[in-house]
Design a protein around this ligand. Structure first.
Ligand SMILES: [Fe+2]
Length: 358
């Protein structure tokens, strides 16, 4: 059975393309009451970017805190707030920020038109009604959240995405200038998400010509952006932005693997953000990903990045077990990494062993 992938149907790419946003939104402003909801990372509240968000008097501008990974409870609150405070179903939702904001914008757009808690929609194709038109404007690159058909959410019982044909953005504005000022560590952790997507996509049983093609090109771009010499920051940012897009498409047609399964455990139990959790896990996965971890280590050196290590000293036995249980439930990732008989290779003890190395 082959999966049906829905991709983003409209994309603008280029330096300064954010300035076209007002023009893009014009057709959505034709109704008398249908304002636009802007959801932006509150990091930008006092930054110049805040002055470039074309919010009018009928619109709603929500500054979102993303200190924690996106949660179902926050999605539900945002949806309720938008519907009660604005009194309208918005004509469009615009998300401006990193991967967490991309996930929030996608999830809220789906939840505005589907009743009940977002917990009910964590899974594949569970939403019944099409989402509100939604636009993604990434300010960090690597997660691929701008192009994926999943809004990853942590709920009371699991970390699992709202995945389906209504989730992907209807339009994405890729403006490399927006990632220019990202803090070095954050840029690296997020960028490595793309690198790891490619490695995992290429090393598993779900790989195919489509996923390989995107992953190979994304990997070329990642290596140029993080290992390349003589590139300006501007050139590296363009490459990273496209590496993120292609890496996201690659795992859409294939799957992530061991690193993501472990990283989900770290994030769920200890609250680590996705990018840094991946880096912590990938840093200790030479036994699985071989020479691809060599390049990763070179990138860490070149960019003088701190990857937390020896964190397992602080884990309690209960935390270790809980992380391993969260991780082993991600059947699709293990199946991709080791095939349908993955349970013959991977056990709770083996997963605990990986966590103990971190
Ligand atoms: Fe990822």
């Amino acid at each position: 059975m082959y999966r049906i992938i829905k991709t983003v149907p409209r994309c603008i790419f280029g330096k300064g393309s954010l300035d076209q946003l007002d023009e893009i939104l014009k057709p959505f402003r034709s109704g008398p009451d249908n304002g636009i909801v802007f959801m932006a990372d509150d990091y930008f509240r006092d930054k110049p970017l805040s002055g470039r968000i074309p919010a009018g008097k009928h619109d709603m501008l929500l500054w979102i805190n993303v200190d924690d990974e996106p949660k179902t409870s926050v999605v539900d609150n945002l949806r309720d707030r938008i519907l009660s405070e604005s009194g309208f179903v918005p004509a469009a939702v615009v998300g401006i920020g990193g991967g967490s904001i991309m996930d929030y914008a996608k999830a809220v757009s789906v939840m505005i038109t589907n009743s009940g808690s977002s917990v009910l929609y964590q899974g594949l194709n569970l939403a019944k009604n099409p989402a509100v038109f939604h636009i993604g404007i990434p300010t960090l690159s690597g997660t691929g959240a701008e192009v994926s058909m999943t809004a990853v959410l942590t709920g009371p019982e699991k970390k699992l995405g709202i995945k389906g044909e209504f989730t992907p953005f209807d339009l994405v504005v890729l403006d490399p200038e927006l990632i220019r000022d990202a803090p070095a560590n954050q840029r690296f952790y997020t960028g490595m998400d793309a690198y790891i997507h490619n490695v995992e996509s290429l090393c598993g049983t779900s790989r195919n010509c489509m996923s390989d093609s995107y992953a190979h090109q994304s990997q070329v771009l990642c290596r140029e952006a993080f290992l390349g010499t003589g590139l300006s920051r501007e050139e590296a940012d363009e490459k990273l932005m496209i590496a993120s897009w292609f890496g996201g498409l690659s795992i859409g047609f294939s799957e992530v693997g061991v690193c993501h399964a472990l990283s989900y455990g770290l994030s769920y139990v200890l609250g680590y953000h996705h990018g840094i959790a991946n880096c912590i896990a990938f840093n200790q996965l030479e036994d699985v990903y071989g020479k691809d971890t060599d390049d990763f280590h070179r990138m860490i050196e070149i960019h003088k990045i701190d990857i937390p290590h020896n964190i397992s000293k602080g884990f309690t036995d209960n935390q270790l077990l809980h992380m391993a249980e969260v991780s082993i439930k991600l059947d699709h990732m293990w199946k991709h990494a080791y095939g349908p008989e993955w349970r013959n290779v991977v056990s709770i003890d083996k997963i605990v062993g990986w966590f103990r190395k971190m």
